[in-house]
Design a protein. Structure first.
Length: 256
């Protein structure tokens, strides 16, 4: 019998975590619940990532209510996230994939999650910080995510904002690695450019099969399906950034 675990995908925004979750859910024993800890209650809107991803039965199980709304669900997860996860594991009897973006870390018991014996960690990076930053900026400006093409949108990048973002993200990656090392937690490092942007199914699933087998997780898979995700920004940076020459020079200095 396959073991039931938690897989945390820890990363910055716009690094390919949504498509990674989709690829991982091809495994029969894995269940992607995406951004369970998206807890900006002041900006809930009509549907939050958690309420869209969890089934009605799961939402009722977490809240103890027969017909919870988004606000009640988010409050229940915020008040006791560990219990919410345990309830989802019990209900699904599957390994849960939970995506944690860096801004969410301060609001959750990340130490409690990482040190659990049933937790495994994937750290997902995008090597090109400028492309990541521009992609995120386009999303913030347009409100368009995942299935929308933003190739024809050009943005002006604030140099100070870019440098601060790059340095902040790099510190967060370092802190996550230190946290995992503190609890002797091995990390599977994945890179957007190598593993997702230039996706090779055979190479990808061989790597994941080997990793999952180490933890006693079944590698049986569903038949492959067409991904609903595609690269939003297909333009080169020179066409996406209005002040490209200035920004590229600053970005190069950050990498020296």
């Amino acid at each position: 019998m396959t073991k039931t675990k938690i897989i945390l995908i820890i990363c910055a925004a716009r690094t390919g975590s949504s498509v990674l979750g989709e690829y991982l859910e091809r495994y029969v024993s894995l269940r992607d619940i995406s951004e369970l800890f998206w807890l900006d209650i002041d900006k809930l809107g009509i549907g939050t990532p958690a309420s869209r991803k969890l089934t009605k039965k799961e939402q009722e199980y977490i809240t103890g209510l027969s017909d919870p709304n988004s606000l009640q669900l988010e409050k229940a997860i915020r008040q006791d996230p560990i219990t919410a996860i345990n309830q989802l594991i019990k209900l699904n009897q599957k390994t849960l994939i939970i995506k944690i973006l860096f801004p969410q870390i301060s609001g959750i018991p990340i130490h409690e999650l990482v040190k659990r014996q049933d937790t495994e960690v994937i750290v997902l990076r995008r090597k090109n910080d400028l492309a990541r930053f521009v992609s995120h900026k386009k999303c913030l400006i347009t409100g368009l995510y995942h299935e929308n093409d933003t190739s024809d949108i050009q943005v002006t990048v604030d140099p100070i904002e870019l440098v601060n973002d790059i340095q902040w993200v790099r510190r967060r990656y370092q802190a996550v690695k230190q946290l995992c090392a503190h609890y002797n937690k091995p990390v599977l490092d994945l890179e957007y450019e190598t593993d997702l942007e230039n996706f090779d199914a055979v190479r990808f699933y061989c790597k994941l099969d080997e990793w999952l087998v180490n933890f006693g997780i079944s590698t049986c898979k569903h038949d492959p399906i067409s991904s609903r995700f595609f690269k939003q920004n297909r333009q080169a940076m020179i066409f996406s950034v209005a002040n490209y020459a200035e920004i590229q020079n600053i970005y190069n200095k950050q990498n020296n």
